[in-house]
Design a binder for this molecule. Sequence first.
Ligand code: BLA
Length: 244
Amino acid sequence: MYRPFLEYLEKELFNRFDLRSRPIPAGLEANVSNKGKNQATIQSWCYECAELRKIRYTYIDAGASAQVFNSVIYPSYEYDIPLLGIDLLSFGKNKILIVLDFQPLFQEESYLVKYIEPMRSLREKYNDFAQNLEMKFYDANQYFSKYLLFAKTDAETVSTRFFQAYQDYINLYWQILVQAEKLHKTEDIQKIIKAQKDYDQYSADRDPASGLFSSYFGHEWAEKFLYEFLFEDAVPLAVSTASR
Ligand code: BLA
């Protein structure tokens, strides 16, 4: 269901950037679940280039019971721009959820004016995908912008109008990246390193997908996938409390 979204992103990336493969820890690139009657596969891709230090995307295909496309793009530490976050989920016909945002590293007004305000006109254009749904796992005020697209929708709308919104948002993200000025001071760069790391920790600790990964691929694989690939700069909760 979300293959065209994966293909669009991939094509954009290869056309615009000089990508190198970024290694995925052995055993985490792909997996197949042999539990239950519905086979589930998961596959991930990871790249880097001068402007983007980590580009990752994952596709889960469990037939009609689950289709997921998830991606995070982390800019290089010389850019303070938001991360591009994509989470497109479908669990049967009646639960189709799309989330798309420029995920701010900071919530200061000046930062939001610079990097989030440019999203406003797209958000107005695609207001029907901004449904103010309640967040149960995350805090909407941390690492999310007020112009995120977050909606319950249907397959037809996904493949038509939402696909257009997706392309528009991604194109705006490239514009913001191209216009971004590089940071030079070590202390400024250190601040970005810390903010991206904090994002990983926050996201790993709250990831609503960990139950999904465990149910398909087992707890051990799920933890490794979360802490060694998806959010590799996060420390597992048990470890971080043990070492305190
Ligand atoms: C929700 N994301 C979810 C849910 C799942 C995933 C299973 C819960 C859906 C529900 O039952 O309501 C799935 N998350 C994944 C998968 C991966 C993952 C498969 O990280 C990794 C492969 N989530 C993101 C990113 C964004 C994001 C980058 O990973 C940013 C756009 C958003 N996902 C997001 C939000 C929700 C969500 C806002 C709703 C969570 C809530 O209610 O608090």
